[in-house]
Design a protein around this ligand. Structure first.
Ligand SMILES: [Zn+2]
Length: 279
């Protein structure tokens, strides 16, 4: 993981959106300067940078954050997180809110159009407690998230399917992009009433959510060396592609508003409900 980052020292940090960074009592942004990145590991959706001198930087890229590491010639050494903007976009992007300058002249950009990503600097001894505190909802990638459990949640709701799977009390971690991707993958229309799904459709949705989030977690929490197999530059397949052909059937992807969120779907693969409910 992150072959280009481990062993490097941080020589400068620019923070353009202060809300993205927080530090434990007595620490601040300047405490990053001069620290060597000794090890990077992950826990759930957190990426944990173990720094020299007993400090740790805990990074959560949330729903749209990404990191791109460029060498001093501007060539990509690796990337991680979400493809927003698409991989290969010139850096810095206007949403590159945090910039790390490293001792070999390489630069790491944290870009987040949604500004939800968070960096927390703390003593290494506080990391375990911090991560425990952050847990929310049912994690769709754990064994607790079963097809039967999902069916039970859907059965009680007549609101649009997309709104339901984004509800944090139904499950954690499904943001707008991943909701669109899961529904496209499962071939289910976002406006289908949640309680209208057959058992077979629930199974398909359950599998799709796991597959999409598994991809998201790997991409979000690991750092992909340039060009390696885990990176999928075509993702997302449906979200954000209004006006482009569906990668599965070639029909033009449409965009509508569902529950106040911009929603992308293929009108052929994802058959609309018989009576269209207005979200
Ligand atoms: Zn299609």
């Amino acid at each position: 993981m992150s072959p280009g980052l481990v062993g490097r020292s941080i020589v400068g940090v620019e923070l353009h959106k202060p809300k993205l960074f927080s530090a434990a009592a007595g620490l601040n942004l300047d405490d990053l300067i001069g620290r060597c990145i000794e090890r990077i590991w992950r826990r759930g959706k957190f990426t944990i940078w173990q720094l020299s001198g007993g400090l740790t930087l805990v990074v959560h890229l949330k729903l749209a954050g990404q990191m791109v590491h460029l060498d001093n010639g501007g060539h990509e050494l690796g990337h991680g997180g979400h493809p927003v903007p698409m991989w290969g976009t010139p850096m810095p992007h206007k949403s590159s809110h945090v910039v790390f300058c490293l001792d070999d002249g390489s630069v790491l950009y944290l870009t987040d159009i949604r500004q939800f990503a968070r960096l927390h600097l703390m003593p290494q001894t506080e990391v375990e407690a911090f991560i425990k505190q952050q847990r929310i909802g049912v994690e769709p990638l754990t064994r607790k998230f079963t097809s039967a459990q999902l069916a039970e949640k859907l059965r009680r709701r007549s609101i649009p399917l997309k709104t339901t799977i984004m509800d944090q009390s139904v499950m954690g971690g499904v943001g707008n992009i991943y909701a669109d991707e899961s529904l496209w993958r499962a071939r289910l229309h976002p406006r289908r009433p949640a309680n209208s799904l057959t058992t077979q459709e629930v199974t398909r949705l359950h599998r799709a959510i796991r597959a999409v989030l598994d991809y998201a977690v790997r991409e979000g929490a690991t750092f992909v060396p340039h060009g390696k197999a885990i990176s999928d530059r075509d993702f997302p397949y449906c979200h954000g592609r209004a006006g482009s052909p569906c990668p599965r059937c070639g029909t033009i992807i449409q965009k509508e508003w569902v529950g106040g969120r911009g929603t992308h779907f293929c009108p052929k693969c994802q058959k609309p409900p018989v009576a269209v409910a207005v979200a």
